[in-house]
Ligand binder design. Structure first.
Ligand SMILES: Cc1cc2nc3c(=O)[nH]c(=O)nc-3n(C[C@H](O)[C@H](O)[C@H](O)COP(=O)(O)O)c2cc1C
Length: 366
C-alpha cells in the first residue's frame, strides 16, 4: 500500500490540481477505498492531557476535513485524534480558485482558501450522525465568517452549537486568509474573545454538561512581545492549551521561487523550524503543566519527536499527509514507539520539553 500510494496514487493525485485531488482523497476515505490500518496500541504512546486520553500523540490538523465528512476514517488510519473545521456559522465560498499550490521540491503547500466551508448546520448534522464509534478525540475548530459584524460572537456560537458533539474545541484566530482575523491575537481583543468562549462553556457546565477543553490556535508570525501577551492572556483565562501553529506568511526556506510569490499561508517542511521555535518559546512562557500542541512540517517520527522534545504534548500534521500518503500516521507512531523505547523512558510524556531550552533560545526567523 505504501508503495502503491508513493508510486501510483501520489502520481495520479499530483497530476490533478490540488483542490480536485483533495476532493478525491475525501471521497476515497468516505467510500472505504483507503484500507483501514489498526491504530498502534502501545502504552508508551498514550497521552493524557487537558482531561482527554489519546491512544497516540499524532493528530490530523484542521483544514483537511473542513466539513466533518471523514473523522472516523481518519482515526482508522492510525491517527490518535482529528480536528474538523474550520467551521464558520454560515457557509462561505472562500477565495477564487486556484487557491492551493503545491511546492513539491520543498514538500510544502501555499493555500489561500479563506475558510471555505458548508457552515455550522452541515457539520453539526454530520457529527450528530456519527453514531457510537469513538476511536479517539474529535475536535471542532471554530472560526468567524469573513463578513461577520461581530467575530467574537461567531466563535461563541461555535462553542454553543458543537458543545455536545466535540471532544475539544480550537479557537482559530490565526488563518492569514481572512483579512483582519489575526488582529484577534492582540492583547485586548484576545482577552475579550477568550472570556466569551469560556463563558459559553461555563453556561453549559452550569446546565450539567461535561467539560470540554478549549485550545487557542496561533500564527507563527509573531514577535517575542506578542508571545508574552498571548501567554499572559491565555494563562489568566480558563483556556486549556495552545496550538502552535497555523501557516506562515514568510517564504523563508522555500527554494521553488516561482510558486513562492503566490499569496497565502505556507505549510510543510519550510514551516518546521519557525513553528518549533515559537512552540518552545510558548512552552517557556506557559510552564510544564500547560497543554501545547505542535503543528508545522511534521512528516516523520523524527520530526514528531523533535516537536515533542521542543515542548509539545501532542502533534498534528496536514501537509506531510499530502506528500507521504495514508500510512503516515502509522509510520510515525511506529517510529515514535521505537524512539521512546530507545530513550529508556517509560512514556512519550517523559520526552516532552527535553529540548525546550535549546529551541527557545533561537531567534524567530525574520
Ligand atoms: C490546504 C490547507 C487548509 C488549511 N485549513 C485550515 C483551517 O481551516 N483551519 C486551521 O486552523 N488550519 C488550517 N490549515 C493549517 C493546518 O491545520 C496546519 O496548522 C498547517 O498546515 C501547518 O501544518 P503542516 O505543515 O503539517 O501542514 C490548513 C492548511 C492547509 C495546507
Amino acid at each position: 500500500m505504501d508503495f502503491l500510494y508513493q508510486d501510483i496514487g501520489r502520481k495520479l493525485l499530483f497530476a490533478l490540481d490540488p483542490e480536485t485531488a483533495h476532493g478525491l482523497s475525501l471521497r476515497a476515505l468516505k467510500s472505504g477505498l483507503v484500507p483501514r490500518t489498526k491504530a498502534r496500541r502501545a502504552s508508551r504512546l498514550v497521552v493524557r492531557t487537558a482531561g482527554l486520553v489519546f491512544a497516540n500523540p499524532v493528530g490530523m490538523a484542521a483544514g483537511f476535513d473542513k466539513n466533518a465528512e471523514v473523522p472516523d476514517a481518519i482515526l482508522d488510519l492510525g491517527f490518535g485524534f482529528t480536528e474538523v473545521g474550520t467551521v464558520t456559522p454560515h457557509a462561505q465560498e472562500g477565495n477564487p480558485k486556484p487557491r492551493i499550490f503545491r511546492l513539491a521540491d520543498d514538500h510544502a503547500i501555499i493555500n489561500r482558501l479563506g475558510f471555505n466551508n458548508k457552515g455550522h448546520k452541515a457539520a453539526l448534522a454530520r457529527l450528530k450522525g456519527r453514531g457510537r464509534r469513538r476511536h479517539g478525540p474529535v475536535g471542532v475548530n471554530v472560526g468567524a465568517n469573513k463578513d461577520s459584524a461581530d467575530r467574537i460572537a461567531d466563535y461563541r456560537l461555535g462553542i454553543e452549537t458543537f458543545y455536545d458533539v466535540a471532544d475539544y474545541f480550537t479557537v482559530n484566530i490565526s488563518s492569514p486568509n481572512t483579512p483582519g482575523l489575526r488582529d484577534l491575537q492582540s492583547r485586548e481583543n484576545l482577552g475579550l474573545l477568550l472570556k466569551s468562549v469560556c463563558d459559553a462553556r461555563a453556561a453549559r457546565l452550569d446546565a450539567g454538561a461535561h467539560y470540554r477543553p478549549i485550545f487557542l490556535k496561533i500564527a507563527p508570525d509573531l514577535a517575542e512581545s506578542d508571545l508574552d501577551e498571548i501567554a499572559a492572556e491565555t494563562l489568566s483565562s480558563s483556556i486549556d492549551g495552545v496550538i502552535v501553529s497555523n501557516t506562515t506568511l514568510s517564504r523563508k526556506g522555500v527554494s521553488q521561487t516561482s510558486r513562492a510569490s503566490e499569496s497565502g499561508g505556507l505549510s510543510g517542511r519550510p514551516l518546521f523550524e519557525r513553528s518549533t521555535i515559537v512552540l518552545a518559546k510558548m512552552r517557556e512562557r506557559t510552564g510544564s503543566e500547560f497543554t501545547l500542541i505542535g503543528v508545522g512540517g511534521v512528516d516523520s517520527a523524527e520530526a514528531a519527536a523533535t516537536k515533542i522534545r521542543a515542548g509539545a504534548n501532542l502533534v498534528q500534521l496536514y501537509t506531510g499527509f499530502v506528500y507521504q500518503g495514508p500510512l503516515l500516521a502509522q509510520q510515525i507512531t511506529k517510529g515514535l514507539d521505537q524512539i521512546v523505547k530507545r530513550s529508556g523512558r517509560a512514556s512519550i510524556h517523559d520526552l516532552v520539553g527535553d529540548d525546550t531550552r535549546d529551541w527557545a533560545s533561537r531567534p524567530i526567523p525574520v
